[in-house]
Design a protein around this ligand. Structure first.
Ligand code: SAM
Length: 240
């Protein structure tokens, strides 16, 4: 099932997702950290640490948004990070942040679609995505593109929301994610739908074993999943 942000509208999921992120781009970073109590920062750190043993020099950050995962990837001391996103609004904020940190010679942000990447085959040592794959219109096409542009022996790291399974985390998370978060998100983002789309899209997105199967189907090997914070998020590592 393809969950879209604006159910009454007729645009494709891709168009609606780009429109939604453009609309919330100015408040995205604040809302992310506020609604997750800053835990999203530690999730990105943990996910990037998994890449350290591979010392990637060329990194592609897909669905880079405002660039937080790309910036975290700089801890691996790569030669270059390229970030790609469909939302010009998110990229604009990202470029400002990168320039303020004096990193614009090493991180380059470009507008582009993850399901149709404008890069040659076997180009990157690592391909990373945080909280992006759930928004793809065609997940299989997006994963296949990630695999295509990655060098043989390359590594993919994907961070995404998942669903806690055990008591009481499942219940607490369900209440917060389905009730508190959409209400606060609606008030602070000035978008009625964005923070209702978040729990709905997570509920319908494959996680754990199901997502590992999707990775294998797209051609990845040695796929593993690590759950973070009682399973609220998961990080997947996969090789080419
Ligand atoms: C929740 S944000 C994540 C941003 C960033 N990675 C982070 O960790 O904060 C999801 C991003 O995915 C982007 N996105 C969704 N579908 C995409 C696609 N098909 N191609 C490129 N970017 C896409 C959106 O524009 C948005 O900026």
């Amino acid at each position: 099932m393809n969950v879209v942000p604006y159910k009454q509208e007729t645009g494709s999921k891709k168009e609606q997702v780009a429109q939604m992120f453009d609309k919330i781009s100015r408040r995205y970073d604040f809302l992310n950290h506020f609604l997750s109590l800053g835990i999203d920062i530690s999730w990105r750190k943990k996910a990037i640490k998994l890449l350290a043993p591979y010392a990637p020099k060329q990194i592609l950050d897909i669905a880079t948004g405002t660039g937080d995962f790309a910036l975290e990837a700089m801890k691996l001391n790569p030669d270059q990070v390229v970030g790609v996103d469909i939302s010009p609004g998110m990229l604009e904020i990202g470029r400002k942040k990168i320039a303020e940190k004096g990193l614009d010679h090493r991180i380059q942000l470009r507008q582009g679609d993850s399901e149709n990447l404008d890069f040659n085959d076997n180009n990157f040592d690592a391909v990373i995505v945080s909280f992006g794959v759930r928004n793809f219109e065609d997940l299989h096409a997006g994963l296949k593109e990630m695999h295509r542009v990655m060098k043989p022996e390359g590594t993919a790291v994907i961070l995404e929301f998942s669903k806690p399974q055990s008591f009481p985390y499942k219940q607490l998370y369900g209440f917060y994610f389905n009730n508190v978060l959409p209400t606060i998100g609606r008030m602070l983002s000035h978008d009625r739908s964005a923070y209702r789309y978040l729990p709905e899209s997570v509920a319908h997105f494959p996680s754990g074993k199901d997502f590992l199967e999707k990775l294998e189907k797209a051609g990845f090997n040695n796929c593993i999943c690590k759950t973070l914070t009682f399973g609220i998020s998961s990080v997947y590592l996969a090789r080419k």
